[in-house]
Design a binder for this molecule. Structure first.
Ligand SMILES: Cc1cc2nc3c(=O)[nH]c(=O)nc-3n(C[C@H](O)[C@H](O)[C@H](O)COP(=O)(O)OP(=O)(O)OC[C@H]3O[C@@H](n4cnc5c(N)ncnc54)[C@H](O)[C@@H]3O)c2cc1C
Length: 700
């Protein structure tokens, strides 16, 4: 939008608020705005807002000052709207983020020592509720900024543009709409992606309330899952509680399971002229701040000044002068990273081409490549290198790739391989498995939706108390509510089958992150003395990624060996993971903690067996724990078993060195100790390449 006050009498503006749908390919709102039915739309206005509730934005020049000015000037209409909706939210027990001391995510349940109350670091900025971690760590923040700027570039290359702002997305969108309406433009409506979890739904409700004041409607686009929601053979309330039953029902849709993506929009309608008054109310990026590297530095500096547990990055103070900012650089990605993650649709599509083959070229003119996908199932449980598993998750998480588009690309590859006579049973199984795994993503999304319609046991009780038995909340029919049991210590089981859960709430332990010996702190720092787990946690903090195998083992150890409040684990994953997705992360954590959708309510991974199976020659562990370099390879997963003299020779147990004894040992680990097994097999002849059962690949 270029700044101007000139009215545009026949201008009709279609607004899209991007949140977790940062793409132009297979984007329902973009397609609708450019459809025949919307010919009267003259301008397309996409907006992205860096959310101050999850990102530290105070270093961005002018941003803090703009907030203060607003405070001095008094409250705007959106503030009033917020106040009213705050009151609504209060009824539902969950207040919006940033407007309360106790953040909103967790609805209820006790344990978890509140680290927020214990640590006296004086830290400020957007923090998690229990562990006081950054809401978004440095890897995801970088990936996000890259994604947003890639989106802007793509829109511009198609004739459009993207407004990038800072603040609260709902607040910014409402103010933009108000100013457009005031300047005489017609606003067709605001489109954004449907979400189903607490903070996200609260945001959408605020947005809807705020827009009502301008008489503009909010439209939710249900574009997150791979399967089109209207194709589901059941109502969301009836989604099976177990993945396999869900999978069988949706697989019965056959070729119709995944629809074709929407046709590409080649030419995008222009941005409307920006009402001059708008920049007073909204902090829109302009000038130097529209250079990606500049904004990246300002957002990352606080995160780099305080690296989170496990990150080996040397803390660097936040620059204080312009000169210091000029020379400030972002640390490069660690070369050991499982993938050179770069945010944005462009790099996401490049990864699709690399993994699933291209759509054009090749002998048959229908594309070429795809060999990685042809051995996907065989290799997805790998731990080292970029070729094991697809690494699509980061792009899926912020919506720079859609699930449907990936599902469709899988089908394109299947069709081509069939035509080329290469789709034998083994290859077909491998390629299909990508869609299979994507179904897990859909499953967690809809399970979250189901439970967001259904208030948790405690929320229900509280609401009944407050409303004297009257149901509260004001969700529109079919719309998700805000009271979800996703964040409850008792998980969905609190609602589902409490009797089946082997733990009671009182069994969960708290933690004290001030204490370097605290088990959870040692785990987060990759310093438990159990190499497989330590390697996973170090990789996560240093690169923002951890394999699915690693995630399962860490979560299982956290929840079933240490018995520490699993939500703190979900929080530290949320901080570090490039691919953090609220439903997948919290849903999987519940699953591993035995309070979620796992039909076996008490699943405990045998850490030594897992290490032997998935890292037989210790390559993964040695990548992340070079301190074990001198240890006899046979004991690389159990270094505590070597003699004291050997420990000394290898430098174990020295101050600041790798621990010489493990945090704990489980009796069932012993039968997998080195003396009881054959010497390690050579590389590439390991269990990573064996096909076992779904997802968990057989017994833990
Ligand atoms: C404790 C725990 C936390 C997790 N947190 C997240 C998270 O925040 N975000 C996230 O995207 N995934 C999460 N997962 C699921 C899974 O580990 C990652 O999706 C996967 O490791 C990402 O790598 P990939 O893209 O190479 O996956 P691939 O193995 O190539 O799978 C392809 C895609 O299928 C989906 N998928 C695969 N497994 C799962 C699963 N178990 N649950 C949901 N979707 C799945 C993902 O979208 C993934 O990109 C978590 C798993 C566990 C056990």
């Amino acid at each position: 939008m270029s700044a101007s006050n000139k009215p545009g009498p026949s201008e009709s503006v279609f607004v899209q608020l991007h949140i977790n749908d940062l793409r132009t390919t297979d984007s329902p709102a973009l397609s609708l705005a450019h459809s025949q039915g919307k010919k009267h739309i003259t301008h397309f206005l996409p907006i992205y807002v860096f959310d101050e509730r999850i990102l530290p934005l105070d270093c961005i020049p002018g941003f803090s000052a703009s907030r203060q000015t607003k405070d001095v000037q008094g409250k705007t209409s959106i503030d009033k709207a917020e106040k009213e909706t705050e009151e609504d939210a209060e009824e539902e027990e969950i207040k919006p983020l940033g407007q309360e001391d106790k953040p909103s995510r967790t609805t209820t349940n006790q344990p978890a020592t509140k680290d927020r109350d214990h640590r006296s670091t004086g830290r400020v900025g957007p923090r998690s509720r229990l562990g006081n971690f950054w809401r978004v760590g440095r890897h995801r923040a970088k990936f996000l900024v890259e994604t947003v700027f890639d989106l802007k570039k793509t829109y511009e290359s198609k004739g459009g543009g993207l407004i990038i702002a800072c603040g609260k997305p709902e607040d910014v969108a409402v103010k933009v709409v108000e100013s457009l309406v005031k300047s005489g433009k017609k606003v067709e409506g605001v489109w954004t992606q449907k979400e189903v979890t607490t903070e996200e739904v609260t945001l959408l409700r605020h947005l809807r309330h705020g827009l009502e004041r301008s008489g503009v409607e909010l439209h939710l686009v249900d574009s997150k899952p791979m399967i089109n929601p209207s194709d589901l053979p059941f109502k969301i309330e009836d989604i099976p509680g177990v993945f396999t039953s869900f999978r069988k029902l949706v697989e019965a849709l056959g070729d119709d399971m995944v629809r074709d993506p929407l046709p590409e929009v080649k030419k995008v309608k222009p941005l409307p002229q920006r009402p001059a008054s708008l920049s007073k109310d909204v902090f829109i990026l302009s000038g130097e701040l529209l250079i990606m590297d500049a904004i990246l530095r300002y957002i990352l500096a606080p995160l780099i000044a305080e690296p989170q547990f496990g990150d080996d990055l040397e803390a660097r103070p936040i620059p204080q002068t312009e000169e210091e900012w000029k020379t400030y650089t972002i640390p490069p990605l660690d070369p050991r990273s499982a993938h050179p993650f770069i945010g944005g649709e462009t790099s996401g599509v490049a990864r699709l081409d690399d993994y699933l083959g291209t759509l054009t070229g090749g002998k048959h003119g229908k594309g070429e490549g795809g060999s990685k996908a042809m051995s996907y199932k065989d290799t997805r449980n790998g731990m080292v290198g970029e070729a094991f598993s697809t690494k699509f998750s980061g792009w899926l998480a912020n919506g720079s790739l859609s699930g449907r588009y990936i599902g469709w690309r899988v089908r394109q590859l299947q069709d081509r391989l069939r035509e080329e006579g290469k789709l034998d049973k083994h290859v077909a199984g491998n390629v299909y498995w990508i869609s299979f795994e994507l179904l897990w993503r859909d499953f967690f999304f809809w399970t979250c939706e189901r439970f967001s319609h259904e208030p948790s046991y405690t929320a229900k009780k509280n609401n009944q108390r407050k409303n004297k038995g009257q149901p509260s909340g004001e969700a529109l029919p079919g719309e998700a509510g805000t009271a979800s049991s996703l964040f409850n210590l008792g998980g969905w089981k609190e609602v589902l089958r409490p009797a089946e859960s082997q733990k009671t709430l009182g069994d969960w332990k708290g933690f004290n992150l001030d204490d370097p010996k605290d088990p959870i702190r040692r785990l987060m720092e990759g310093n438990t003395g159990i190499p497989f787990l330590d390697a996973c946690m170090r990789e996560l903090a240093i690169t923002g990624f951890m394999s699915n195998r690693g995630r399962q083992n860490v979560a299982s150890f956290w929840g079933t060996d240490l018995y520490v409040d699993w939500r703190v684990g979900a929080e530290i994953f949320e901080t570090h993971l490039i691919d953090f997705d609220v439903c997948s992360n919290w849903g999987n954590w519940q699953y591993q903690a035995g309070v979620g959708n796992d039909p076996r309510s008490y699943r405990q991974f045998n850490q030594i067996k897992q290490a032997n199976d998935y890292d037989p020659d210790g390559e993964y562990v040695l990548t992340w724990i070079p301190e074990l370099g001198q240890v006899d390879r046979r004991f690389v997963h159990t270094p505590w078993l070597i003699s004291d003299a050997e420990k000394k020779r290898c430098g174990l147990g020295t101050p600041g060195g790798y621990p010489s004894s493990p945090l704990l040992v489980q009796p069932q680990w012993k039968k997998h100790y080195p003396s009881n097994r054959a010497p390690p097999k050579p590389k590439n002849d390991n269990k990573q390449n064996k096909n076992k059962g779904p997802h968990q690949n057989g017994k833990a």
